[in-house]
Design a protein around this ligand. Structure first.
Ligand SMILES: CC(C)(COP(=O)(O)OP(=O)(O)OC[C@H]1O[C@@H](n2cnc3c(N)ncnc32)[C@H](O)[C@@H]1OP(=O)(O)O)[C@@H](O)C(=O)NCCC(=O)NCCS
Length: 127
């Protein structure tokens, strides 16, 4: 797993309990995963298709810094599947785990478009 963006948790990112709001965290993950996907597929148009069970493992607090990790797990004809872990940058405590995030490559009419890549292409590019 490679860790990408870091986020400093500020007052506007909190829920009513003064811990990190899950919706904000998912927004950051979706954005990061979208950038990852567009880069891997060399595409300007990908959409989030599916997010599997989300395990909110531990909370994060104001002034914590977190880092978002993504790993390639599978590829299909039009889709790519990733896994995600977010952890505290300093303590490495895991905050959230998501087994599967599926993005689909789409055309200008938002219909699935084959990306033409194989698992080997993605793995070779990662080396
Ligand atoms: C993405 C979208 C175009 C796919 O349309 P669709 O009719 O499901 O298309 P298909 O059935 O051809 O499936 C496309 C790919 O998604 C995969 N897929 C479909 N349903 C899936 C599911 N429930 N879980 C995982 N993958 C799924 C298929 O396996 C296929 O992958 P492959 O080509 O690599 O084998 C359509 O569902 C859509 O527009 N969704 C809204 C996307 C969006 O707006 N996201 C932003 C967040 S709201």
């Amino acid at each position: 797993m490679k860790f990408y963006s870091r986020k400093l948790i500020k007052p506007g990112d909190l829920n009513a309990n003064n811990t990190l709001f899950g919706g904000q965290l998912l927004r950051w993950i979706d954005e990061e995963a979208g950038i990852y996907t567009m880069t891997k597929l060399n595409s300007r148009r990908t959409v989030t298709k599916y997010i599997s069970e989300i395990n909110f493992v531990s909370s994060a607090r104001q002034a914590d810094t977190i880092e978002i990790g993504l790993a390639f797990s599978d590829i299909g004809r039009t889709s790519i599947t990733l896994s995600c872990v977010v952890r505290n940058l300093v303590t490495k405590n895991v905050i959230i785990e998501i087994d599967k995030i599926v993005f689909v490559n789409v055309d200008e009419n938002d219909r699935p478009l084959p990306h033409g890549l194989t698992r080997e292409d993605i793995e070779r590019e990662a080396l």
